[in-house]
Design a protein around this ligand. Structure first.
Ligand SMILES: Cc1cc2nc3c(=O)[nH]c(=O)nc-3n(C[C@H](O)[C@H](O)[C@H](O)COP(=O)(O)OP(=O)(O)OC[C@H]3O[C@@H](n4cnc5c(N)ncnc54)[C@H](O)[C@@H]3O)c2cc1C
Length: 399
């Protein structure tokens, strides 16, 4: 409640409840304190920590879904459950599918992307925790067939045009370890098929070399620089022209933009914005995370984009903030079943940076979480201790 006679507080409305949205809330609160009101609109009542989903089947990881009400309240925002239908930037209004209309001073779009299946093949498109049971069923069938004496080929596929890449390698490595713990006697081939020139190429040459070695040590086959066109008659048809036998296929989705009405978007439907996340032609509307136009989709990058958006909004309000670098830094952790591999690459470029940095013995940032959000990672540590962000050390076959 605003006391009579005082100026109403600036109202910042954020759409979404993922990494970008929560990081925006935390960053604005850190910079602006109580000088603003924050409303967060979410179409679901959970925060989904998708990066934990890859290990869920194999080790007793912490839950990958979190009740949102408590998190949002602790972060310092009001939660409004509902789905954004469209934005009217001229009137500074956002319309929900329920018919409700909300006014804002600044609006941040953080609703992520649309995750499209693209390959018609026996198996599963893995988009997060919701596919864990289906993956489990497929692996159980693969193991049963191999135990009965069949040769089975299991392929993990990165789509053409880019997707999340870390989960492909984690799923392949953890599945391989899981399968090998059964009486299959080498009758299951596990293979990664990727258009990347080297595994995790976006993280630099060192990551490629490291992951190539990890896959080889684990007995996972690799077909790099290989684009999958389709699956037909028990094989992946590829470019360059060829066929890779595959009985079960686990593919990552193609990520498209949300095609949100009321704001300009790219041909793929991502909200069109400048490097600071400012939506083109609308200087009070911002975008952060997978919904935006940055070509690499990643939770750590989503958090950095959110920090930058928060700092720019605060600058509009005359509130000083810490320096938020414009050029993003890629940080990722790969859970291989044989340890945690920290990857870091400064996307600002430079000759040495093309190599990136890799470490398996020591964390390259703190807290050493899967998702290196400046405010979100320590916040989650505080809320849940080390449970959410650190990989448990149990053997991958213990589940
Ligand atoms: C299995 C898997 C593993 C991954 N591993 C890693 C990893 O190791 N490291 C890493 O950095 N990234 C990883 N990623 C990628 C990462 O999860 C995404 O890049 C990240 O979730 C993007 O964050 P975001 O906030 O932009 O979108 P999201 O996390 O997708 O959040 C979008 C939010 O918006 C809400 N929403 C959508 N539409 C509407 C609407 N119309 N109205 C209101 N709310 C709406 C959604 O319910 C959701 O809460 C992984 C992804 C997967 C699937």
């Amino acid at each position: 409640m605003v006391p009579t006679g005082t100026k109403p507080l600036t109202k910042i409305v954020i759409a979404g409840a993922g990494f970008a949205a929560l990081e925006t809330v935390l960053a604005v609160r850190a910079f602006a304190g109580d000088a603003v009101t924050l409303d967060l609109i979410s179409d679901q009542d959970e925060f989904v920590f998708s990066p934990a989903a890859t290990a869920e089947l194999f080790v007793p990881v912490p839950r990958s879904r979190w009740p949102l009400t408590d998190l949002v309240q602790r972060a310092g925002a009001n939660l409004i459950l509902g789905a954004i239908d469209r934005i009217d930037p001229d009137q500074r209004r956002v319309h929900l599918t329920s018919g409700e209309v909300l006014a804002y001073d600044f609006f941040v779009i953080a609703i992520g992307g649309i995750h499209e299946p693209w390959l018609d093949a026996p198996g599963v498109t893995f988009t997060g925790p919701q596919e864990v049971p289906v993956l489990g069923q497929h692996l159980a069938q693969v193991i049963a067939r191999a135990e009965a004496g069949d040769e089975v080929r299991l392929a993990f596929v990165v789509p053409p045009g880019g997707s999340w890449v870390i989960p492909v390698y984690e799923l392949a490595l953890l599945s391989k370890q899981f399968i090998d713990a059964h009486d299959v006697d080498g009758r299951v081939e596990v293979r990664v098929v990727t258009p990347e020139d080297a595994p995790l190429a976006v993280f630099g040459q060192q990551a490629g070399q490291m992951m190539t070695g990890v896959l080889a040590d684990a007995g996972v086959e690799l077909s790099s620089a290989t684009i999958v066109r389709e699956w037909r008659n028990g094989a992946l048809c590829t470019v360059p022209e060829g066929e890779i036998a595959a009985d079960v296929v686990v593919s990552m989705p193609v990520i498209c933009g949300p095609f949100l009405p009321g704001v300009p978007h790219t041909a793929q439907g991502f909200v069109d914005a400048d490097r600071d996340g400012r939506v083109r032609s609308h200087n009070r509307v911002f975008v952060a995370g997978d919904a935006g136009p940055f070509p690499i989709k990643q939770a750590g990058l989503a958090c950095q984009q959110a920090d930058r958006v928060a700092a720019i909004i605060c600058a509009h309000l005359g509130i000083s903030t810490i320096e938020i670098p414009r050029a993003p830094v890629l940080r990722g952790v790969v859970w291989s079943g044989a340890g945690e591999h920290f990857l870091r690459r400064d996307l600002a470029g430079g000759r040495d940076e093309s190599h990136g940095t890799v470490s398996t013995s020591a964390a390259l940032w703190w807290p050493p979480g899967k998702v290196a959000g400046r405010f979100l990672a320590p916040f989650l540590h505080e809320v849940e201790g080390h449970e959410l962000v650190d990989m448990p050390t149990h053997n991958a076959t213990s589940h």
